[in-house]
Design a protein around this ligand. Sequence first.
Ligand code: NAD
Length: 498
Amino acid sequence: MRSIGHFIDGVETSGNSAEFQDVFNPATGEVQARVALATEADLNAAVASAAAAQPKWAATNPQRRARVFFNFVALINRDMDALAELLSAEHGKTVEDAKGDILRGLEVAEFVAGAPHLLKGEFTDGAGPGIDMYSMRQAVGIGAGITPFNFPAMIPLWMLSPAIAAGNAFILKPSERDPSVPVRLAQLAIEAGLPKGVLNVVHGGKSVVDGILHHEQIGAVSFVGSTPIARYVYATAASEGKRVQAFGGAKNHMIIMPDADMEKAADALMGAGYGSAGERCMAVSVAVPVGKETADRIVAALKPRIEKLKVGPATDKASEMGPVITKASKDRIAALVESGIAQGATLAVDGRGFTLQGYENGYFVGPSLFDNVTSEMDIYKEEIFGPVLSVVRAKTYEDALKLTMDNPYGNGTAIFTRDGDAARDFAARVNIGMVGINVPVPVPLAYHSFGGWKASAFGDLNQHGTDAIKFWTRTKTVTARWPSGIKDGAEFQMPTMK
Ligand code: NAD
């Protein structure tokens, strides 16, 4: 059985781990590897390695640090196929989708190759008589990232790239359900020229996360995962005086206006609702058609598309949607579908009882579509994180907007329309962090920032873009005066520019 170790001080190691956790192949239900779970000593070893490497790394000029990222990007591209296959084997998503996962992470590694420019400070010449004032951005020291199972390449890359390019050492605690790609990325970073110790990976669940949150040498923590854990990580790290950003779950609504192109809107809902088996924080899980005719037309357009959706293992190139991550997740989704029926929603496409010959023990869930969903139902209130799309019919645009705004989550949303006024009004008024206009999954590119509002994010700086540089650095402002500018005698009043 293959063992997946931590990555500490430049080598893969099981460290002191006496406990291991099974890593499954979601398509077959078979155990394919086991991952070491870190002890306190393992985390301390990772922190010690990071602490030893960080000062020299921070003192390396930003252009040299950036060159490591140029190499890193090239190596990830070199190994793209192998990385995507490894990712698919543990996550279950199709290989093409796994490449998207890697590429959207890679783009942030490309962005931070501009570190010399991104890290430039500010300077005021002659801020006072003989006085210059400048501010610089300095690394926090040791940063940590705790990441979810659903993007095992993208989200680790979103965190480690800006953190490391800014001069920090970084400890990654990836999801224990698909841990191989994060370790592979760390190995590639070393091959790219990153000094050992600057990037360490430790595996595990709550105990290692708690170890990170309370570790006095870790100065900043970035978290992505479900909302209850995001809240916990935010509160705990903040109470320890750490800088923290914590991104949580989602329930993304897509409004379909009567003037929208229904065929295009239905295609968009297919990808956004069922791509990656609905296991995306930017998946659309609620379609909100405006008016009865729009609702009838979108449901009619969706049904044949969903019935034709090709569900299968990542190893089958024809698959459009793979299994979900675990048996527990499959059972939870099945229970939510039953609750939808019991609470009065119309099951317009029934994905229950889906089986695939030769993959009977895999965690496949057939795609389902619910119509006539209301905001009181559990299928509306819960983040299902599976291939289940709910249609909530709205009478008017204002009703659709209110529904979206009243939802506790605020990650992403979209409107499909040909009406520029409606689109503009929606973008201006909606209380959601990322908005798509005829774009169903509006994940911003690396040089803009990514983050939700409300229960989808805690903290005040987003991921990637210039926000990430701010998160992983501290500002220091220097006021400088040289002897020729200094007047004789003591001054007791508060210095002003009078
Ligand atoms: P999760 O919350 O179960 O796990 C996330 C991380 O927290 C993992 O590394 C896990 O080991 C750790 N963890 C689990 N239980 C913990 C506990 N009790 N205490 C401390 N740490 C714990 O999330 P998941 O199932 O891996 O990922 C899916 C969730 O992530 C969904 O809710 C999804 O919406 C969300 N997500 C959000 C974003 C975003 O940017 N907002 C992006 C991707 C995923």
